[in-house]
Design a protein around this ligand. Structure first.
Ligand SMILES: NC(=O)C1=CN([C@@H]2O[C@H](COP(=O)(O)OP(=O)(O)OC[C@H]3O[C@@H](n4cnc5c(N)ncnc54)[C@H](O)[C@@H]3O)[C@@H](O)[C@H]2O)C=CC1
Ligand SMILES: CCCCCC(=O)/C=C/[C@H]1[C@H](O)CC(=O)[C@@H]1CCCCCCC(=O)O
Length: 229
């Protein structure tokens, strides 16, 4: 069973029909919802719990690019604040000490959050924030004992609308970006989905940060963690 949300109602409804005809009407749900708004997101999580009984897997995927005002502010609202909101709501619903059954939260960051990214600094900052949020919660002892795992996927360029829409609003030099994309290459959506599914299945990878790139392949990154006493 799956529920997904998006601000794009038309595309969401089309995807919902496809999922329902493949997996059955009662197994897929779509809600138009803006991840940057608290109340609609709270309502959505409640509705999923009421409809499906519990939440096992939550993926915070919504993301945009924007480097000039007011878009840079919206980029922080959607990417960093939206992912933080979705992560905290997922935790509330999943943690065993609050009536949940445990589960896994997978957040979508970017290679731009792992590496220096001079052509999209605000986007990059939001994606670095998502990595820090997710890893920190994954290492929190109360979250661990409440049965919730967290991971981050950091794709480099992927064949979606986002990279077809690189322009002067979301990139500081579009020409340089095109050359950079040519050099790094573009990975397929299927590679990112495989990486996501591996993290869902592997209970021993709590806190892992995984980069998927055409040039470098799929890599588990190694970041030192000092134990907090
Ligand atoms: N395409 C790429 O090269 C890469 C993408 N990513 C990340 O992957 C994730 C998915 O992006 P793509 O599929 O590539 O782009 P996309 O533009 O095709 O999809 C993003 C989706 O997010 C939705 N969305 C935007 N703002 C929203 C909001 N406030 N509330 C709810 N939904 C909202 C859009 O309507 C769209 O359907 C994003 O977080 C992006 O930053 C990461 C690395 C590379
Ligand atoms: C210096 C890179 C600039 C790339 C162009 C840009 O402004 C942003 C592109 C992002 C796209 O909209 C979604 C992303 O996540 C892209 C950045 C991906 C960065 C890949 C870095 C690859 C690496 O360092 O291995």
């Amino acid at each position: 069973k799956v529920c997904f949300c998006d601000t794009n109602g038309e595309l969401g409804t089309k995807t919902l029909s496809e999922l329902q005809s493949k997996y059955g009407e009662g197994n897929a749900m779509f809600q138009t919802c803006d991840v940057s708004l608290q109340q609609p997101m709270e309502n959505l999580f409640k509705k999923v719990k009421e409809t499906f009984g519990c939440l096992d897997i939550v993926c915070n995927n919504a993301g945009i690019g924007g480097e000039v005002y007011p878009l840079w502010e919206k980029t922080i609202d959607v990417n960093l604040k939206g992912t933080t909101r979705g992560t905290l709501l997922a935790l509330e619903h999943m943690r065993t000490d609050k009536g949940g059954k445990g589960g896994v939260i997978i957040n979508i960051s970017s290679a731009a959050g792992l590496n220096v990214n001079p052509l999209s600094p605000v986007y990059s900052a939001t994606k670095a924030g998502i990595i820090a949020l997710t890893r920190s919660l994954a290492m929190n002892s109360e979250v661990k004992s409440a049965g919730v795992r967290l991971n981050v996927v950091c794709p480099a360029f992927v064949d979606t609308d986002l990279i077809k829409e690189i322009n002067d609003d979301n990139c500081l030099d579009v020409q340089k970006a095109s050359k950079f994309i040519e050099m790094i290459g573009v990975v397929s959506k299927e590679v990112v989905v495989d990486c996501f599914m591996e993290l869902v299945r592997d209970v021993n990878q709590n806190g892992a940060v995984v980069k998927c790139s055409k040039m470098d392949g799929t890599q588990y990154t190694s970041i030192e963690v000092k134990p907090v006493t």
